[in-house]
Design a protein around this ligand. Structure first.
Ligand SMILES: Nc1ncnc2c1ncn2[C@@H]1O[C@H](COP(=O)(O)OP(=O)(O)OP(=O)(O)O)[C@@H](O)[C@H]1O
Length: 263
């Protein structure tokens, strides 16, 4: 059985005095398997964040159902960890206590909490920064704190909404590789949103390409570039491979068709 199933899911935001009705998602059918790395890509407004919010339990579908292990998602839960583009880290807490926060809310005993936090900081390469304040960290380090925080509760699924969108190119590549390593190590299902086609192709085992108005799944690709990276560790060779470039052009043509660009 799939871990996650979207069954004929639609989301309609009703009209307000200032905005017309928006069909953010229409007739979404999607099944995700335990160790998938699912990347969702598509133009702004095609419903990527809405899809993630449904799975996170931040909202409910207008029609259809979102199932996790066969049961409807009915709200947020510790079985789903979320990483946003701008992580809401607490600036007055140090790195350790930012990562520990969720575990504290769950009343995990402090010795166990400390052990788990140190393990997660170690995984993201920040073991030496536990007592640093958030404002002392670079953007890439802050995102790594956000990832450690999401991992701390040992969720079954990691939901990542453009987590690397605000990083410079080099930092972005290094955090991409870190996330792939964590994914392999943890075996968790990851749902990852990005605007970068290159990032999507490099990271995903499954690429969901969406189109807007209304938000629909246009096509789902199975990919293997990330497995190749994890074996060969040469991201440049993969991204310049003719198969990678051809796939990049194919996906680009769906998201930004040439004809449309000329009109
Ligand atoms: N709370 C809301 N009320 C009304 N409309 C909304 C609301 N949230 C999202 N929308 C609309 O639903 C559509 C899908 O939004 P969503 O944020 O899911 O798209 P997205 O693909 O994540 O966009 P982006 O890439 O810009 O983040 C958009 O047209 C958006 O304006």
């Amino acid at each position: 059985m799939s871990v996650i199933e979207f069954r004929n899911v639609s989301v309609v935001f009703p009209a307000s005095r200032k905005t017309p009705e928006v069909t953010a998602l229409q007739s979404i059918e999607l099944a995700l398997e335990p160790s998938d790395f699912v990347v969702v890509i598509g133009r702004s407004g095609c419903g990527k964040t809405t899809l993630l919010n449904l799975l996170a339990g931040f909202m409910s579908p207008t029609s259809g159902s979102v199932l996790m292990d066969g049961s409807p998602v009915e709200g947020p839960g510790v079985d789903r960890g979320v990483v946003f583009q701008k992580n809401a880290l607490m600036p007055w807490l140090d790195v350790f206590h930012n990562v520990a926060l969720g575990l504290k809310f769950q009343k995990v005993p402090s010795a166990q909490r400390a052990q788990r936090v140190r393990q997660c900081l170690d995984w993201v390469g920040l073991a030496a920064f536990a007592d640093h304040r958030v404002y002392e960290l670079s953007g890439g380090m802050r995102q790594r704190v956000g990832i450690a925080r999401a991992l701390a509760a040992d969720p079954k699924i990691l939901l990542m909404d453009e987590p690397l969108g605000a990083l410079d190119a080099l930092t972005r590549e290094s955090v991409q590789e870190l996330i792939l390593d964590l994914w392999r190590k943890s075996g968790k299902l990851v749902l990852f949103i990005t605007h970068s086609i290159e990032e999507a192709l490099f990271m995903g085992t499954k690429l969901v390409v969406m189109t807007p108005r209304p938000g629909r799944i246009h096509k789902i690709y199975d990919l293997d570039f990330c497995h190749r990276f994890l074996k060969e560790r040469d991201s440049r060779a993969i991204k310049s491979d003719p198969a990678f470039i051809a796939m990049r052009e194919e996906v680009l043509e769906i998201i930004h068709p040439k004809q449309e660009a000329l009109s």
